[in-house]
Design a protein around this ligand. Sequence first.
Ligand code: HSE
Length: 410
Amino acid sequence: MRKKLNIGLFGFGCVGSGLYEVLERTPGFNARIGKICVKQEGKNRALAPERFTYNMWDILDDPDINVVVELIDDADSAYEIVTAALKRGKPVVSANKKMIAAHLPELLTLQKRHNVPLLYEAACCASIPVIRNLEEYYDNDLLNSIEGIINGSTNFILTRTAEQGIGYDEALRLAQERGFAESDPSLDVSGRDAANKLAILALHAFGTIIHPDEIFTVGIDRLGELEFRYAAEKGCKIRLIARASRNAEGGIICLVAPEFVRPGEWLYGVNDEFNGVITRNTFSDTQFFVGKGAGAFPTASAVLSDLSALTYDYRYEYKKAGAGRLGYVQQEIYLDVFCRHPRNAQGVAECFTEVKEQYAFAEAGFTTGSLSLSRLRELGELPGTSIVLFGINDAGKTISGVVKKELQEA
Ligand code: HSE
């Protein structure tokens, strides 16, 4: 028989209060929220004050609480809460991608040592059941890559600015107002939220443990008008894409960066706060998952699904993280890129292995071509540059010599 859950909830913000409502509206589900721990006393909340505590040990040391749900945004406090709960043998559901991605080895060890599950479907792509699919459906060696739009706020901003003419600040404000953005929205626009999620996905997809700080990450915060004009002229959209793919040597390459998406590509139709994830597989070929990737209810729905899974003692087995896991490779890959730069920037063309186009306008210039990842890092550090990828250049390694065209006046 399925267990009855008595939940100790940490956090009553956008997702926490969303979960409360989702549980209220799911009467057949055998769970109740016993206690709610919040940080700020005296704040006006939708529930009676006696439902709340300000002391985390009221939940962690309560023997009647048989599951902890952690939905706060402070990653350090979240780590303290989650590790204390696991050490007490309490199953945990968390949505804190930043905390989880930064502490994967410790969290795996604690789950094993205390024989207790930690589930976090809500940490990646909210309503899309991507982690459980990677764990269960792709539990053999068939997966070659996982890529997609895994941050709702940046997708919302890119949709609204480029396709609906709303200003960047206004689009970001709307993303915050609708509960899509992090409380520190620089995590979204810098691409770091996507890198955190990608680190978690790489573990479940390939068994690879990679710290998110090691992932080459470019956000949308440096994109300017020229890039959007270039995209529009080519009939493309710009989307923030995260990818983890197996390379020819059997290692994993991870990247987060804005990319041009062409009509007809799977991700072209993924707009607003929706996320889209593509898996490429040896036998089943290509699969595409789409759904809301941010917001109170889509995120709470993933928490509800984890709670339901706990009632039948589900846990991640991390089968791929064992002896046969794929390592993270730092070796060179080649990429086709667009780089906007100041009109007479020094050192840009030198970064490219092959230059395809170079144009200068009154206010800025741009260069497109192929280059290695380490040169891309250098390029990104040059003042006033902004980068959009066309994609990975599979032929890049064979490019020999440097082809440079004269700078053309546009
Ligand atoms: N800020 C995140 C996003 C929330 O926009 O995707 C969901 O993880």
